[in-house]
Design a protein around this ligand. Structure first.
Ligand code: RB5
Length: 160
């Protein structure tokens, strides 16, 4: 079973708690990387923590929640090796894995209710990369990434 890193800002924290219970009940190993309180925080701090955990292999997959999922995805996708995708329904979650080989799911705590969010999470975790023609397309993204950004150094990976 995959090891999952999860993070949220203040707008996603309540949904994070529901997802945490769901994942732990389902037997996943989950690292909660914050935020833990209700105070206003900056979503890139949490996006980068989770993205670095996934990029370095400390986690297999990540889940990030902010108000819309958009800020989290923009920030997480700055980390080399990360493919973070926003999903607002189960079809998007399945395609994100099957076609885009996404390794981080981004959710909007102000967009989706808890019931739908849990179905999206379950769909994301149960779907698998389809390979085939998608390998070539992911390879083009990886090539662009490699020509534009250096590998993540261990020091940066450990930066909180
Ligand atoms: C916080 O108000 C909000 O901007 C943030 O959670 C997120 O939606 C950004 O993309």
């Amino acid at each position: 079973m995959e090891r999952i890193a999860i993070g949220a800002d203040h707008a996603g924290r309540a949904l994070k708690e529901e997802i945490l219970v769901f994942l732990r009940d389902a037997g996943y190993s989950v690292e909660d990387m914050g935020t833990y309180g209700d105070e206003s925080v900056d979503y890139p701090d949490y996006a980068l923590k989770v993205a670095r955990a996934v990029a370095t292999g400390a986690a297999d997959l990540g889940i990030l929640i902010c108000g819309t999922g958009i800020g989290m995805s923009i920030a997480a996708n700055k980390v080399r090796g990360v493919r973070a995708a926003v999903a607002t329904d189960c079809y998007m979650a399945r395609m994100a894995r099957e076609h885009n080989d996404a390794n981080i799911l981004c959710l909007g705590g102000r967009v989706v209710g808890a019931g739908l969010a849990l179905d999206i999470v379950q769909t994301f975790l149960q779907s698998r990369f389809a390979g085939g023609r998608h390998v070539r397309r992911i390879g083009k993204i990886r090539a662009a990434e490699e020509s534009s950004s250096p590998p993540l150094s261990p020091e940066i990976a450990e930066d909180p």
